[in-house]
Write a protein that binds this ligand. Structure first.
Ligand SMILES: C[S@@+](CC[C@H](N)C(=O)[O-])C[C@H]1O[C@@H](n2cnc3c(N)ncnc32)[C@H](O)[C@@H]1O
Length: 259
């Protein structure tokens, strides 16, 4: 059963063509900052620093937005462990041999950004229209920034609004999958901002179907990110696993990576 919800409207001070066409594509109304909002549910906010998804109500967490130029993702790009990071080992990244990776469950693009910052060429698929809009906005802002290194990284990320299960997926060296894992209980240690994301996306209950398709498209391997104790995707055991503190990577090998 799908549990996702949709924002009420787009709150904005300035109505420009960019936001009007986004509102039209999402079927949402644009409303002025001054208009009173309901005290529960979600809105999208559009301002000078981009698009954000905000929960309404008294104890609402911080809004969710994509910003590759600040915070944890930026810090990781500059000071992270490079190709020693677990995701890089799982994918088989080598700086001397750039890989073509299809991220078939893009989300907010954090994992794809790590791989692109390590030289991989990324194609990203996202089917949820709100998540797609947040990620597209984050990529656009990064492309317009002054940081040449960042522009170079996001220049390797090509985003498509589509459901990976209903398109002919392009051939890639590696297919990366990180579908939403259905929340097990309210007490699960889901961070507050991630809880917003869960509400919008739902549980990706059809995720099992992604594995077979990915195995058909991946030249070398399919990498599936899972919570540490989650069952295998499609109940299919991987060739091997890399396990971290809270999550693990299941690696399904189609062929040995060159080099
Ligand atoms: C857990 S999030 C991915 C997080 C991402 N790895 C990151 O680093 O930000 C899963 C995302 O995959 C998307 N998704 C799930 N199944 C999909 C499909 N068949 N096609 C495209 N997107 C899909 C969901 O809408 C959701 O945004």
């Amino acid at each position: 059963m799908s549990t996702e919800v949709f924002p009420h409207c787009i709150v904005t001070q300035s109505l420009d063509t960019e936001i009007s066409s986004l509102a039209e594509s999402l079927g949402l109304e644009c409303v002025d900052e001054q208009v009173p909002l309901p005290d529960c549910g979600f809105v999208l906010r559009w301002g000078e620093d981009g698009l954000a998804l905000q929960q309404l109500g008294k104890k609402a967490p911080n809004p969710v937005k994509v910003d590759f130029a600040r915070g944890a993702v930026d810090h990781r790009r500059k000071f992270g462990g490079g190709s020693g990071q677990m995701i890089a080992k799982a994918v088989g990244v080598k700086m001397s041999r750039p890989l073509k990776v299809l991220d078939a469950t893009a989300g907010l693009g954090k994992d794809a950004f790590v791989l692109a910052s390590l030289g991989c060429q990324l194609q990203l698929h996202e089917r949820n229209p709100v998540v797609y809009a947040l990620l597209a906005d984050g990529l656009q802002r990064a492309l317009r920034c002054q940081d040449v290194g960042l522009v170079d990284v996001v220049g390797r990320m090509q985003l498509l609004a589509c459901d990976s299960l209903s398109v002919q997926v392009p051939e890639a060296d590696v297919v990366y999958l990180d579908p939403m894992f259905p929340e097990r209980s309210k007490s699960a240690s889901v961070k507050k901002d991630m809880a917003i994301f869960h509400s919008i996306v739902g549980g990706d209950e059809d995720a099992d179907g992604l594995l077979q398709q990915a195995l058909g498209a991946a030249k070398y391997r399919v990498v599936v990110k899972r919570p540490k104790k989650a069952p295998f995707l499609n109940q299919q055991a991987p060739s091997y696993q890399l396990t971290g503190k809270t999550s693990r990577y299941d690696i399904y090998v189609n062929a040995k990576l060159p080099g």
